[in-house]
Design a protein around this ligand. Structure first.
Ligand code: 5GP
Ligand code: MN
Length: 338
């Protein structure tokens, strides 16, 4: 963001506004942490602020301060559309294209509100008047912290804001282990702890509150894990039947794809999850090093994301999706074996 843009945003926020904050569809820790962190911040300036999520988010995020005020567009579209229509400012957080907001895409497009994007995904679309986009950032939560700093308002950070932002930084960095984690990420995390974030409690709330069913589903996923050593690739499948057997709930498969990457000599991991309701296969991709799963997802599975973490979808059935995936790998032989 330029100095001028920051000053303009600062002026905008100086008088009370009607503000809507939007995370991406199927919001994760970074999406909910950043939107709720910003929500608590804006409320200190007496803005009328609402977080509208395109749809629901996992149980393990349902302790974030004031998460119970979040509206879900898929079940409350009338009231959400009214808020979007009346908004002076709409912040879009942790996504780079309006179609990532699911069915909200069209009301967001039509809204006359000033749009402010804060995001770290690659190849952002140009829909916002103010864009703070930086693909080198570990997380949108880190960027929201920087945003407060640019405005000169870090002193407004309280325990609620700190807890929200710490959550997103922790989840998007895989607990500070992904290459996107910098010394500055640690400095900000340290500052958030000083502002009151309880790192041990937050880690516990996110990672150590798993249901027995979910752990059994992980067992099933690991049993299904296949390795293709010649392409340093591992993949997992989960059918709808398997998900049903373990009473699958949103968020239950979060992190499963990383187990493929933990194998020796594997640099590319995928998980294919059948979703009979949407009639698609949801795909998550992860990599180590320079192999870009963002490019791979964009080229073959209608998706995108970051170099080392991306997602996509397939309208083929589970078996055909996996066959397609395997058939593509030889095209990436050089990149996977360099
Ligand atoms: P996940 O695999 O955890 O769902 O997503 C990994 C990363 O890719 C996240 O940063 C997420 O925002 C992005 N992503 C996931 N699914 C899609 C998709 O369908 N399209 C795009 N453009 N990005 C996605
Ligand atoms: Mn993120």
């Amino acid at each position: 963001m330029t100095e001028q843009a920051i000053q303009e945003v600062k002026v905008l926020l100086q008088s009370p506004k009607q503000i809507v904050i939007v995370p991406h569809k199927n919001p994760d820790g970074d999406a909910m942490g950043s939107t709720l962190g910003l929500y608590h911040f804006l409320r200190k300036f007496n803005h009328e602020t609402t977080v509208i999520a395109p749809n629901d988010y996992p149980e393990f995020l349902k302790w974030l301060p004031n998460e119970d005020t979040v509206l879900k567009y898929d079940s409350q579209s009338d009231v959400c559309n009214k808020l979007i229509e009346d908004a002076d400012i709409i912040f879009t957080l942790d996504f780079n294209a309006l179609n990532r907001a699911g069915d909200m895409e069209f009301s967001l497009q039509e809204s006359r509100a000033i749009k402010i994007m804060i995001d770290h995904h690659q190849q952002p679309d140009d829909y916002a008047q103010y864009m703070y986009s930086d693909v080198a950032m570990s997380s949108t939560c880190e960027m929201v912290y920087n945003f407060f700093e640019m405005l000169g308002y870090t002193s407004k950070i309280d325990v609620n804001i700190a807890s929200c932002l710490y959550t997103g930084i922790m989840t998007d960095t895989g607990s500070f282990r992904f290459p996107s984690t910098t010394s500055q990420t640690h400095r900000i995390a340290a500052a958030l702890i000083d502002y009151g974030a309880n790192h041990a409690e937050i880690h516990n709330a996110i990672y150590d509150t798993i249901s027995y069913d979910r752990l059994q589903l992980l067992g099933c996923a690991l049993t299904n894990l296949k390795v293709i050593p010649e392409f340093k690739t591992a993949y997992i499948t989960l059918s709808q039947e398997e998900l049903n057997k373990y009473n699958f709930k949103k968020g239950d498969t979060e992190g499963f794809v990383n187990y493929g990457l933990s194998l020796n000599n594997i640099i590319f991991a995928a998980i294919f999850i059948e979703d009979q309701q949407q009639n698609i296969i949801k795909i998550s991709l992860r990599s180590k090093g320079d192999f870009s799963v963002n490019e791979f997802a964009r080229a073959h599975f209608d998706g995108g994301g970051h170099t080392n973490a991306a997602g996509g979808r397939s309208e083929l059935d589970l078996q055909n999706t996996v066959e397609k995936f395997i058939s593509i790998l030889p095209n990436y032989n050089n990149a996977l074996n360099s």
